[in-house]
Design a binder for this molecule. Structure first.
Ligand SMILES: Nc1ncnc2c1ncn2[C@@H]1O[C@H](COP(=O)(O)OP(=O)(O)OP(=O)(O)O)[C@@H](O)[C@H]1O
Ligand code: SF4
Ligand SMILES: [Mg+2]
Length: 374
């Protein structure tokens, strides 16, 4: 991708009116967090009964930062991240706590303001790229529409340049339809259409889960390259700690609707504190095989201590999360207090960002303290 092609795309974004106006660039350069959730909660109305799906989440994402959200299936990753960008507002979900995007109070803005944010500053890529693509309209036309809301010679050139950025130049012709593309190609088109708005924040929910391993790497590399080039923040949802370790600066580990540990990825993986995180690292085949590119050899010390093993038992179901620590029924370190009292959040002073401690966890008997069994 040449500088000339880059500027072709960015020029079109700059000059397009209304729909294609692109992001508020001041967001990418702001001093404070781009996205901040404080004591954030989500309730789901299930058959007339309110059930808490996400509880007490505190997260902060700086411009250009990449955050990974990991956890077992059903832990609440999708509900949390969709709620963080309010794409599921209305209907079944209600929210509590505070949620800010730049200076905007996301829980207070109107639907109209939200729609304008999704069209410019916030982008979403889902697991199934086909949901973003119309099978009866040629792909290139959809990219043109996404890029500048109109179709002409200039928009065609810019769409071709954008497809070049995701290594699809020469693959997508004038009359190529989405059903003619492989899963990996479709996902790259979906990412290109989201990038067309030049968002400040991209949320990618399991973007590579449906793809084979070789294609996964290409899509992940693309995401990292584009976040760097565009100073774009990324929230990457994955059940795979290995994937997150390759891509993200910081990680949030979810269990039963709550973030049980968060912090710099290399620190959390090398030195997990909460016992669920410790078990997740020990159970990650990707980490056992390849190690991380974030910090050389994450988890190596831990893996020596704990052979690769599975986590026994299963997540509590919604509406029946046990009192105390939600992981207690599955934790071999649990004692009476773990079953009765919610562990407080401990903030480690070893890592900080602008004076804020960022490695935090909730556990009565964290790893590294004198080990004990029930
Ligand atoms: N629309 C809905 N109606 C009923 N229950 C829902 C709905 N959306 C989510 N849930 C429930 O909320 C919980 C969290 O779901 P969520 O999809 O966020 O999990 P997840 O961590 O993303 O899982 P996965 O890894 O399988 O994608 C689950 O118990 C799920 O069944
Ligand atoms: S608080 Fe107790 S049950 Fe929960 S992870 Fe820590 S030791 Fe295990
Ligand atoms: Mg999900």
């Amino acid at each position: 991708m040449t500088d000339d092609a880059d500027s072709k795309v960015l020029n079109v974004i700059d000059k397009a009116d209304g729909k294609g106006a692109g992001r508020d660039r001041s967001l990418a350069e702001r001093e404070g967090p781009l996205l901040q959730a404080v004591d954030f909660g989500v309730k789901l109305n299930s058959g007339g009964r309110e059930v808490s799906v996400v509880r007490g989440v505190n997260l902060s994402l700086d411009p250009g930062e990449r955050l990974g959200v990991v956890g077992e299936t059903g832990s609440g990753k999708t509900v949390l991240t969709r709620s963080l960008i309010q794409i599921n507002r209305g209907g079944l979900f209600t929210f509590s706590g505070s949620l800010r995007f730049g200076d905007i109070d996301l829980l207070a803005v109107s639907e109209k303001q939200l729609r304008s944010l999704w069209g410019s500053d916030i982008g979403l890529v889902t697991q199934n790229p086909m949901t973003a693509l119309n099978p009866v309209v040629p792909v290139i036309k959809q990219v043109e529409e996404a890029l500048c809301g109109r179709r002409d010679r200039r928009s065609r050139a810019a769409a071709e340049a954008l497809l070049g950025q995701v290594s699809l130049d020469g693959v997508v012709g004038k009359r190529t339809y989405s059903w003619e593309l492989s899963g990996g190609m479709s996902q790259r088109v979906a990412i290109a259409m989201t990038l067309a708005r030049n968002p400040s924040l991209l949320v990618a929910d399991e973007p590579t889960t449906a793809l084979d391993v070789t294609v996964q790497d290409r899509v992940l590399s693309l995401l990292v390259r584009e976040t760097l080039r565009r100073s774009m923040a990324l929230i990457l949802v994955s059940h795979d700690l290995g994937v997150v370790s390759q891509v993200c600066h910081v990680v949030a580990v979810m269990y039963a609707g709550t973030v049980v540990e968060s912090g710099p990825t290399h620190e959390v993986i090398n030195s997990p504190k909460m016992r669920y995180t410790e078990a997740l690292v020990a159970a990650s085949p990707a980490l056992a095989v390849q190690g991380s590119r974030v910090d050389g050899k994450p988890g190596e010390e831990l893996r020596k201590r704990l052979a690769l093993r599975t986590i026994e038992g299963s997540l509590p179901s919604l509406g029946s999360v046990p009192e105390g620590c939600p992981f207690a029924p599955r934790c071999s370190f649990a004692d009476f207090r773990c079953h009765k009292e919610v562990p407080p959040v401990t903030r480690l002073a070893t890592s900080s960002r602008r004076g804020r401690p960022i490695h935090q966890f909730a556990c009565w008997h964290p790893a590294g303290e004198k080990e004990r069994t029930a």
